[in-house]
Design a binder for this molecule. Structure first.
Ligand code: ADP
Ligand code: ADP
Length: 233
């Protein structure tokens, strides 16, 4: 059973079909990109994966748990970094993380252990006591990624995680996230930027609510027609 399995998922906003019979499977330990231009359906898919939206058409399972039948067990295996920043800027890094840990039912030593581990993974331990407001954009993003790891998920979703950051900061964040995949997480990174994708990544190409391709990035890059079509949308 794949770590993330999406089968025949369709989603409509009224008459507008945002996702049309979408199916794919992704494995842990992989950096996977969800590549698609604006309007492709990436946010809609992430909203379904996190159960902000529900659909009766199709099935989604996370780490072997069916999202419709076992929502708690499935959602416990997912960490999310949203496009909009969702930090409390007046709290310190560690206070933000502790608050989130509490929401996840973690307290005391277990919470502290997971918070420290998550901060270490993003090289943010030395900033634990700083106010979120005092952090630059890259460090705020790293803190949000750390927060998404506190409950030890198997799948990490990132929605356009580097929007608004400069090139060097984007590369640093991308490297951290690749390291998380190397450590065994399934990373699923939504982006409309072809240049955020590296050679060995697993790429799901979404266009107008349909899967155009799902393959190794190198093979997708070789498929000139596909990238041309994609770039001119
Ligand atoms: P992406 O995240 O790839 O930019 P979205 O999932 O936001 O794509 O949108 C997919 C399609 O669904 C787009 O055509 C978008 O305009 C449409 N859409 C998104 N949200 C709504 C909504 N609340 N009502 C109607 N149409 C929507
Ligand atoms: P994204 O591409 O990240 O989803 P958008 O700017 O497309 O961001 O959408 C911002 C918000 O507007 C979302 O909540 C989305 O659901 C909603 N939205 C997008 N397209 C439409 C649409 N055609 N009609 C109504 N709401 C929409």
């Amino acid at each position: 059973m794949s770590t993330l399995s999406v089968q025949n998922v369709t989603y409509r906003y009224g008459a507008k079909t945002a996702l049309d019979d979408v199916s794919f499977e992704l494995e842990k330990g992989r950096f996977c990109a969800l590549l698609g231009p604006n309007g492709a359906g990436k946010s809609t898919l992430f909203s379904l994966l996190t159960r902000l939206f529900v659909t009766k058409q199709g099935t989604i399972s996370v780490a072997g748990h069916d999202l419709a039948r076992e929502p708690r067990a499935a959602l416990a295996k997912i960490g999310v970094v949203f496009q909009q920043q969702t930090l409390d800027l007046d709290m310190s890094v560690v206070q933000n993380l502790r608050y989130f840990a509490a929401l996840q039912g973690l307290s005391g030593r277990a919470a502290q252990r997971n918070i420290d581990a998550a901060l270490d993974r993003l090289s943010m331990r030395e900033r634990a006591k700083e106010k979120a407001r005092s952090l630059n954009g890259g460090h705020r993003r790293r803190m949000e990624i750390a927060r998404a790891l506190i409950h030890e998920p198997e799948v990490l979703l990132l929605d356009e995680a580097t929007v608004g950051l400069d090139t060097a900061t984007r590369q640093a964040i991308t490297q951290h996230v690749h390291d998380l995949a190397d450590d065994g997480l399934l990373v699923f990174w939504a982006t409309h930027l072809v240049d955020e994708i590296q050679d060995n990544d697993d790429v799901v190409v979404l266009h107008k609510g349909r899967i155009l391709a799902h393959d190794n990035a190198r093979k997708i890059a070789r498929d000139g027609t596909l990238i041309d079509a994609f770039m001119h949308m």
